[in-house]
Design a protein around this ligand. Structure first.
Ligand code: SAM
Length: 419
C-alpha cells in the first residue's frame, strides 16, 4: 500500500491513457480481431498525401512528387476495376456488433462504461433491451430494435457517381512505404505547391460528386483541408465556408490565401461564423457536414485540447446529438435533388452510422424531407490499393488505419435529398 500523493513512482493517468482505455473497452468488441492492428496503427505515425495546388505551377509539382516515388491515387483509381458487392466480403450484421457491445459492457463497474452507454448507446438503442440481451430472442429482433424505428427503414440505393474529379491530383507513397514529404514550398506564383493531409480526407470530397458551377456549403469547414480539396476540383461556382470558431476560421482564411491567393479570380468564396445547427434554407447543390467528433487519433497522441479530459465528459457525451443536429441542418440546406456528405474521423459506431439513422428518424418525424443513402462501396473499391475499408458499416464507408496504409479513421456517408 502507498499514499498516492507521496508515491514518487505513481504516474497520473493522462488524457491519452484515458482515451486508449476507453477505446480498448468499446472498440475491441466492435472490431474484434481487427482491433490490435487498428490500435497499433492509431498509435503510430499517421500517413499523409500531397494534394497538388492547381493554382500554382502544377507541372513542376507533379514531377517533383513523382521523383520522390509517389503516385497519383486518383489516376490509379481511374484505372482500377470497381468491385461489385458480390465480389466483396458481405457487410457484417449490425446485430452481431450491437450484441457484442452489450455483452462486453453489461456488468462492468467502470465509470467509463457508464459514460460510453450515455454517449454511444442511449441516443440510439432502447436502453431496456440493451441491458437484457438474454431476453432478446433472435438476432434480427435486436437489429430491428437498434436501428429501425417501427416500419420505417432508411433506404440504401446504388451510387450515382460515374466519374472521379478530373483535376484533383493526390500523391501518396506506396502501401507499406512510410516515406514523408518535405514541407511545401512557395513557387514563383507566390502560392504553395502542395498541401499535406490525410489522404482519406479526399474521399468525402469525391463523394460530393461536384459538377461544373455548383454551389457548395462546407458547414464545419475549419481548418480547411477539405475546403481546399473542393477548390482543387476547379468545378465550383460558390462555396460558403462556415465554422463556429472564429480562430479556426481565421486559420482557414490564411491557409487559403497561401494556396489560392486572390479568391475572386477563381470562384466566389464566402466565410461565415455561425452555429451550423441554424442553417436551414435549401440554397445549396452540395453540402459537406464534416462534424466535430472523438478525433480518435488526436486524443491518443496529444494532451492538448483532449476530449478525454475528465472535465469534458458532457461535451463528449453530447457529440452524437450535436452531430445529428448538424447533419439535419446540412440536409435542410441542400436543395431537393442535391447531396449531402457526412464525415467524421472516428471509429465510433454511434457517431457514424448511428447519426445517419438518428437524422433520418428526426426528419421523418419533424419534416416532409425524404432522403436516401447512396452506396459508396463500389466507387471506393477503386481505392483499395490505397485504403483499407471496414466491411461492417451499414450506411457509410469507413477507412480503417492499418500499418501499411496508415490513413483514417474516416467515415463517409453520401445522402441524397429527394424532397
Ligand atoms: N472540415 C474541416 C477540414 O477538413 O479541415 C475539419 C472540420 S473539424 C472535424 C470540425 C469543425 O467543426 C471544427 O473546426 C469546429 O470548430 C467546428 N464546429 C464545431 N461545432 C460547430 C457548430 N455547431 N457549427 C459549425 N461548426 C462547428
Amino acid at each position: 500500500r502507498y499514499k498516492k500523493k507521496w508515491a514518487t513512482h505513481f504516474k497520473e493517468k493522462t488524457h491519452c491513457d484515458r482515451a486508449l482505455e476507453y477505446f480498448d473497452v468499446f472498440y475491441k468488441p466492435l472490431y474484434g480481431k481487427l482491433w490490435p492492428s487498428i490500435r497499433i496503427s492509431l498509435l503510430s505515425n499517421h500517413k499523409y498525401c500531397a494534394l497538388v495546388n492547381n493554382f500554382s505551377f502544377v507541372e513542376n509539382t507533379t514531377k517533383f512528387l513523382e521523383k520522390l516515388g509517389c503516385h497519383d491515387i486518383i489516376q490509379r483509381a481511374k484505372t482500377t476495376e470497381p468491385l461489385l458487392h458480390e465480389d466483396s466480403v458481405e457487410r457484417s450484421k449490425i446485430s452481431d456488433i450491437s450484441e457484442s457491445i452489450v455483452e462486453n459492457t453489461v456488468g462492468s463497474d467502470d465509470s467509463d462504461v457508464e459514460d460510453h452507454n450515455r454517449t454511444n448507446l442511449t441516443a440510439f438503442l432502447p436502453v431496456k433491451k440493451v441491458y437484457s440481451s438474454k431476453q432478446l430472442q433472435k438476432k434480427e429482433e435486436l437489429e430491428q430494435s437498434v436501428y429501425m424505428p417501427q416500419n420505417i427503414a432508411l433506404k440504401v440505393v446504388p451510387c450515382s457517381i460515374s466519374a472521379l474529379p478530373e483535376h484533383l491530383k493526390v500523391y501518396c507513397f506506396k502501401r507499406g512505404n512510410t516515406g514523408t514529404f518535405p514541407s511545401p514550398k512557395i513557387h514563383k506564383t507566390g502560392l504553395l505547391d502542395y498541401f499535406l493531409l490525410d489522404a482519406a480526407s479526399i474521399l468525402p470530397v469525391i463523394a460530393l460528386d461536384l459538377q461544373c458551377k455548383e454551389t457548395v456549403l462546407d458547414l464545419c469547414a475549419a481548418p480547411g483541408g477539405k475546403t481546399l480539396a473542393i477548390s482543387q476540383t476547379l468545378l465550383i461556382k460558390d462555396i460558403v465556408c462556415n465554422d463556429i470558431s472564429y480562430s479556426r476560421l481565421s486559420r482557414l482564411k490564411n491557409m487559403l490565401r497561401f494556396y489560392i491567393g486572390d479568391f475572386e479570380n477563381n470562384f466566389s468564396l464566402e466565410f461565415s461564423k455561425n452555429n451550423g445547427c441554424h442553417f436551414n434554407e435549401p440554397f445549396f447543390d452540395k453540402v459537406l457536414v464534416d462534424v466535430p467528433c472523438n478525433t480518435d487519433r488526436h486524443v491518443l497522441l496529444s494532451e492538448d485540447n483532449n476530449l478525454f479530459k475528465p472535465g469534458r465528459i458532457d461535451e463528449r457525451v453530447s457529440l452524437p446529438e450535436q452531430q445529428r443536429n448538424l447533419l439535419v441542418s446540412g440536409i435542410k440546406s441542400c436543395r431537393p435533388g442535391g447531396s449531402v456528405v457526412y464525415s467524421t474521423c472516428t471509429l465510433s459506431f454511434a457517431q457514424n452510422d448511428g447519426v445517419i439513422q438518428s437524422a433520418y428518424d428526426y426528419l421523418m418525424q419533424n419534416s416532409n424531407i425524404d432522403i436516401v443513402v447512396e452506396d459508396l462501396q463500389p466507387l471506393f473499391s477503386c481505392f483499395r490499393d490505397t485504403f483499407s475499408f471496414y466491411r461492417g458499416t451499414r450506411f457509410g464507408e469507413l477507412v480503417l488505419p492499418s500499418l501499411s496504409s496508415n490513413f483514417g479513421p474516416m467515415y463517409i456517408c453520401k445522402i441524397k435529398r429527394l424532397s
